[in-house]
Ligand binder design. Sequence first.
Ligand SMILES: NC(=O)C1=CN([C@@H]2O[C@H](COP(=O)(O)OP(=O)(O)OC[C@H]3O[C@@H](n4cnc5c(N)ncnc54)[C@H](OP(=O)(O)O)[C@@H]3O)[C@@H](O)[C@H]2O)C=CC1
Ligand SMILES: O=C(O)CCC(=O)C(=O)O
Ligand SMILES: [Mg+2]
Length: 474
Amino acid sequence: MYEKITAPNTGSRITFKEGEPIVPDNPIIPFIRGDGTGVDIWPAAQKVFDAAVHAAYGDKRQISWFKIYAGDEACDKYGTYQYLPEDTLQAIKEYGIAIKGPLTTPIGGGIRSLNVALRQINDLYACVRPCKYYAGTPSPHKTPEKLDVIIYRENTEDIYLGIEWRQGSPMAEKLISLLNNELIPGTPEHGKKQIPLDSGIGIKPISKTGSQRLVRRAIRHALRLPKDKQQVTLVHKGNIMKYTEGAFRDWGYELATTEFRAECVTERESWILSNKERNPDITLEENARQIEPGYDALTPEKQAEVTSEVEGVLNAIWDTHGNGQWKEKIMVNDRIADSIFQQIQTRPDEYSILATMNLNGDYLSDAAAAIVGGLGMGPGANIGDTCAIFEATHGTAPKHAGLDRINPGSVILSGVMMLEFMGWQEAADLIKKGIGDAIANRKVTYDLARMMEPPVDPPLKCSEFADAIIKHFK
Ligand SMILES: NC(=O)C1=CN([C@@H]2O[C@H](COP(=O)(O)OP(=O)(O)OC[C@H]3O[C@@H](n4cnc5c(N)ncnc54)[C@H](OP(=O)(O)O)[C@@H]3O)[C@@H](O)[C@H]2O)C=CC1
Ligand SMILES: O=C(O)CCC(=O)C(=O)O
Ligand SMILES: [Mg+2]
């Protein structure tokens, strides 16, 4: 049934029920080694995964690895330009959970990005990237231990839809003409704006369905966190782009206050409720004044809108959320994208889950990883309703490829996420302990070694770091 690969002859498939995996004791898990530093990272990571599963479960549980191909390795095996063979797509679909190393984005035509293609083909709509500090990890930040966030990044639309036209192409010219001559003049709020004729054009679609399914997963995750981390922040640039970024925020709030009404409170609702808790006789108008900066400068219509919002909230949730009950709920708030970049630096402990659209989440996940030690410490998962692919935040880091020096930490921590997703918590915990203790004992690769005080010299090789992690299971 496959053209050039054969599944292991031991083990069985992981299946999904209502978005959750059902995992046998001997699952078959496809893996893609990856390009560039994938040659160094994958063997190191696989060694750690196998050792952890064996240490946690003895012979009772075991992963049967199924090698599948993408990127340069696929071209070697399947032929020129065969970056993403049908065999690979079929195996991922069939076995449900896969893990991969980084893949080079080919320059030129064809598939825009193999990594993005894998996420879109499998509808892996949530890119989940936790950034948590391991004690002893060197960081450019003074208090990196205060950052413990999980980025939930929408993974299929926004710039990932990749709808663009090159400057000067007939389609770009046609579209600009349509926009300048019909659509912009036909929309009074656009005034006399015109698109310069020599523009390239990119389209950034943000759908309600795509936004809400991402936020749904983020809220469900928040429900599983300890009480003090039960918070979801909607990240957007809605002050500028109201119908894409602003809509993402609005749809997020809508979902939180309908589907998760019993479990959630929004930040604004919490202000309204606490105003009344502090002063039970507060008028609706005074309450509105306290939640809306510049209330007195608003038009009477706008003031009436805010007052009616206050009344609506009190009528709807005072009984269920008032008198401090809201403090037990998941707090849903929102922050403007540029502000959240400084907030994770200046007030890192005020955030938990950051739900973002695609591009904002791409930037934010590298930035947050930098605080906790860099791209060598940035794991990730791409999750859909019937499939999940685990992979690091970083790319192929080509200048380090084949030198056995790169930090395999991100792929190893992506494996920890995979084991947790499978419910194999004991094995995941062993790896986390191993990484934490190795770092605390200054057993680190070059990237962390150079930032340590005093620097670690010589640093461990990539393969040696894997051994150090295993040694520190005990
Ligand atoms: N999911 C994926 O597979 C992704 C693939 N890519 C692709 O990867 C290729 C290279 O992209 P590039 O922009 O160079 O970004 P990379 O993330 O590959 O590397 C940039 C730099 O980050 C540091 N770094 C990356 N990985 C690690 C690691 N494991 N341990 C320690 N440090 C690390 C290195 O910094 P230093 O040298 O200073 O130590 C490296 O030079 C491109 O083709 C890109 O499209 C990019 C992102 C994600
Ligand atoms: O696929 C790529 O080239 C880039 C992907 C990326 O940057 C990411 O997933 O964070
Ligand atoms: Mg990225």
